[in-house]
Design a protein. Structure first.
Length: 389
């Protein structure tokens, strides 16, 4: 833009300079006209930018490695006379892997309503936040630049590609789970309060009303037997930001996330209750999964939590908290050749490590109660694999 301004100023200045040499009134009129045009364009540009409205919409249903649809709408109350284009600086950040991509867009304007559709490639799964750091509007002479209010944050969750699996849990198990300790969100784990509470509805047995609690809440509270279902299997995805430097890292991590979701959905299809754990900055988070809706909400939460710096952090949390005393089977998900080493859990709990690698066929290896399975990261449409873990 500075080149346009410099050229315009030099042209106007040359007009006035030539007046002294040639004494032509035409040159004086032309120089004055250039100055008046610049003033009119500047004032009109400022007025049109006050009525400018910019909106950003992010598409849904994107899969890892696919393209994220972006729709930008620019509206003005009247057809612009001086405004010709806007410049937007967008930042696309993956909250799970803390990666950011910067992109600059130049959008030409014509008429009152302008709609622009584009696509940005998203290499990794996770929650995506699209922010606009700066919006600038330019006139048709590129002499003036006006700052526009930035857009609100737009977000979307990028899920892994769907994978068809047949999952069978092996009957072998190591260790005996201890149910005396507290486990997050497990119903009935506190022996002193073995009941659930809910609001009274007409038709309920009046003998089940919790009168003491009802007197404190000014509403009728009903208590009923809780469901202290025990689950012995826990799923633990364990990735790290250090793996992003590896070759084909995005493809392998997306595949590992896909295997995690596919195996969880298959277990629910078999009516198998399980625990889902993942590392967070505050430690290991464990949730009980009993139905598909709860699992989908948990997956969306997991994809929004930043992964740890180093892979294997989740397994270390698991060992530090002695979680092998509460479960009999651990299914660990990894990506690439840098797999976590569960050797310390050998003989204490049945461990299956599922790693998405560059292999073309499933490879297995066993050491005591620990089994490693290398699964192909590339997946053909319609292909179905059978996994025993």
């Amino acid at each position: 833009m500075w080149k346009n301004r410099l050229g315009y100023i030099l042209t106007a200045g040359a007009m006035f300079l030539f007046v002294f040499f040639f004494s032509e009134p035409f040159l004086l009129y032309a120089g004055t006209a250039l100055i008046l045009i610049a003033l009119v364009v500047g004032i009109g540009m400022h007025q049109e930018c006050r009525d400018l409205e910019v909106r950003l919409k992010v598409g849904k249903g994107v899969r890892g490695g696919g393209e994220l649809p972006l729709e930008i709408t620019v509206r003005t109350q009247k057809s612009p006379w001086f405004l010709r284009c806007i410049q937007m600086d967008l930042a696309i950040q993956n909250e799970m892997f803390q990666t950011t991509e910067q992109t600059r867009l130049i959008l030409p304007l014509s008429g009152r309503a302008n709609c622009f559709a584009m696509k940005e490639t998203i290499p990794l799964c996770g929650e995506i936040e699209v922010t606009c750091s700066q919006i600038r509007a330019y006139d048709f002479l590129r002499l003036f630049c006006t700052e526009i209010d930035t857009l609100e944050l737009a977000s979307a969750v990028v899920y892994p590609k769907h994978r068809r699996l047949q999952v069978q849990l092996s009957r072998t198990a190591a260790g005996i789970p201890r149910y005396t300790g507290m486990v997050q969100n497990r119903k009935g784990s506190d022996p002193s309060e073995m009941f659930d509470i809910r609001d009274y509805t007409p038709g309920d047995d009046i003998r089940s009303i919790h009168w003491k609690l009802s007197s404190k809440t000014d509403s009728l509270i009903l208590r009923q037997a809780s469901d202290p279902a025990h689950y012995n299997t826990v799923l633990l995805p364990d990735f790290g930001q250090n793996q992003l430097k590896q070759k084909h890292a995005a493809e392998q991590i997306n595949a590992a996330i896909g295997y995690t979701v596919a195996i969880g959905e298959e277990l629910l299809r078999q009516n198998t209750v399980f625990g889902f754990a993942f590392p967070t900055p505050q430690g290991l988070k464990i949730e009980e999964v009993r139905n598909r809706s709860a699992f989908q909400q948990l997956i969306a939460l997991w994809l929004s939590v930043p992964v740890q710096e180093m892979s294997g952090t989740g397994l270390r949390y698991f060992e530090m908290n002695h979680m092998e005393e509460r479960f009999t089977k651990l299914i660990l998900f990894a990506a690439g050749d840098d797999m976590p080493n569960p050797g310390a859990l050998n003989g204490k709990i049945d461990v299956t490590v599922l790693a998405a690698t560059e292999t073309e066929h499933i490879k297995t290896s066993t050491a005591g109660t620990c089994e490693r399975l290398e699964l192909p990261s590339r997946w053909e449409a319609g292909e179905c694999e059978r996994i025993i873990c």
